[in-house]
Design a binder for this molecule. Structure first.
Ligand code: AMP
Length: 463
């Protein structure tokens, strides 16, 4: 995953970029960075940690200039060391070039080998560095042609923002895997992964960057150009953005995420009702919106039977297993007086490894639940993602190769049911436009046959 922000033509570019990142913190808690350009000098601060920890007022003030590009990182490729923080910055022909990237490329190995054969030397293991090398190697007179030539070489998922001197460039791959939105901010523009970032700084939503579109923004002038195949490529918007990843107050993929999740819950209620349940209860926060939809559809009462400690980050973002377990324990607390003796419909957005769900279920059981009927607002996740969601290998996915009853036994619930694929897609706006490879193994963009080796990390280990 990752969150990206770009600001053009604004005297407080770094502050606005910082606020944009703050709104997109849920897209990655591992590292963050902002680069700006003041017409003469480029400024950059990036480090591991949360947005509030990496930047203070002094740091933001030192990032001078009217243009900014910013990034918050959740590592899916590349190790989590400091060198891999973005934006990735180089100087090319006396011009600073900074790039912030969200998504995973699928032809990384091929491009990496080609560039190395041609003499490129790599400092990091990030897809973004490959893009910068391609930029440097491609003839670059007219910006439109330059970016078309570079980005046409990439395969897989990319929503990307560049700062090239005083020009801001934003682009989305032709399949449109990851979101990218455009806002108007005074005389200039703002680009961001999600509209919640625009809302925070009161930028006016203009539109989504279209799949395969490249926008080139200089000051208050915006030009648009399309990659070859943009009109014919099959749309493959990531359905997991809608299910879990994006913020519910964002509008992406032409829909509002809060409403999408409520519709998922309502559809789940139609497909998987529970007879004589006492109430519907979410695992917070991820299950809240689907649980609301489920309760409204069935007429069952809705209870917040588990309370979340809001000062703990997302559990799965912690890399070490011992930290994950610890955080699971401190994050959520069930209310005994609400749950004791009750037949509960427990709603969660998805199950990945199953370990978090199992420990939640154990706590609800410990709080005295008589029966726990778990309902999941998406189908079983059975295939890894190669386009930017950090799903583990098949073996680690609890539903892979298992019957639903076996997953239910693992999670320790009385019954377990998932939303169907058809049901899930039926409540999306233009369901045919979504990638659902994690549920079906049908990958819309070719994955190299030796799947694990395509990652740059793998390439480096072999070298
Ligand atoms: P678990 O029961 O351990 O599979 O955890 C399930 C919860 O973690 C659900 O709310 C998932 O949506 C959430 N989650 C989302 N993305 C991931 C991920 N990449 N890896 C693990 N868990 C994730």
């Amino acid at each position: 995953m990752c969150g990206i922000v770009g600001i053009s033509d604004h005297p407080e570019a770094s502050k606005l970029a910082y606020l944009g990142l703050y709104a997109l913190q849920h897209r990655g808690e591992e590292a963050t960075g902002i680069a700006t350009f003041d017409g003469t000098e480029v400024h950059i601060i990036k480090d591991r940690g949360l947005v509030v920890d990496v930047f203070d007022a002094e740091a933001i003030a030192s990032l001078k200039g009217n243009i900014a590009v910013a990034h918050t990182r959740y590592s899916t490729t590349g190790s989590s060391n400091k060198k891999n923080c973005q934006p990735f910055l180089v100087t090319h022909r006396n011009r600073p070039v900074a790039v912030a990237h969200n998504g995973n490329l699928t032809n990384t190995e091929e491009l990496y080998r080609k560039l190395e054969d041609e003499g490129s030397i790599f400092q990091t293991s990030m897809d973004s560095e490959i893009i910068v090398h391609l930029l440097a190697k491609t003839p670059n007179g007219d910006y439109k042609q330059w970016f078309v030539n570079v980005l046409a070489q990439l395969k897989g998922a990319f929503s990307v923002i560049f700062m090239v001197g005083d020009t801001l460039v934003g682009a989305r791959d032709p399949h449109g895997f990851r979101p990218l939105v455009l806002g108007k901010l005074g005389d200039g523009y703002m680009l961001a992964s999600e509209t919640c970032a625009l809302d925070l700084v009161r930028a006016e939503f203009v539109r989504e960057i279209a799949p395969g579109e490249i926008v080139i923004i200089k000051g208050s002038k915006l030009e648009s150009v399309f990659l070859p195949g943009a009109d014919t490529a099959k749309r493959a918007q990531c359905v997991f953005e809608n299910i879990y990843f994006a913020r519910p107050d964002s509008d992406i993929f032409e829909d509002n995420i809060y409403l999408v999740r409520k519709r998922l819950g309502a559809q789940l209620a139609k497909e998987a009702p529970v007879k004589d349940a006492d109430f519907v209860m979410p695992i917070p926060d991820s299950g809240v919106y689907a649980a609301l939809g489920y309760a409204q559809e069935t007429g069952l009462p809705y209870e917040n039977g588990i309370i979340r400690n809001h000062y703990v980050g997302r559990t799965f973002i912690q890399p070490a297993q011992f930290m994950r377990d610890f955080r699971v324990r401190v994050k959520l607390n069930p209310i005994h007086d609400v749950i004791k003796g009750k037949k509960v419909v427990l709603i969660e957005d998805s199950i990945v490894r199953g370990t978090t769900s199992r420990s939640r279920v154990r706590e609800v059981r410990r709080a005295g639940a008589k029966e726990i009927h778990m309902r999941i607002s998406c189908p079983p996740i059975v295939s890894p993602c190669f386009y930017g969601i950090d799903f583990p290998s098949e073996e680690e996915l609890v539903a892979y190769g298992k019957k639903i009853k076996e997953v239910a036994d693992f999670i320790e619930v009385d019954t377990l049911e998932y939303l169907s694929l058809e049901g899930m897609l039926s409540v999306m706006k233009n369901g045919a436009n979504f990638c659902h490879a994690c549920f079906t193994g049908k990958y819309p963009v070719h994955i190299p046959s030796n799947k694990s080796k395509y990652l740059l990390e793998g390439v480096k280990k072999q070298a």
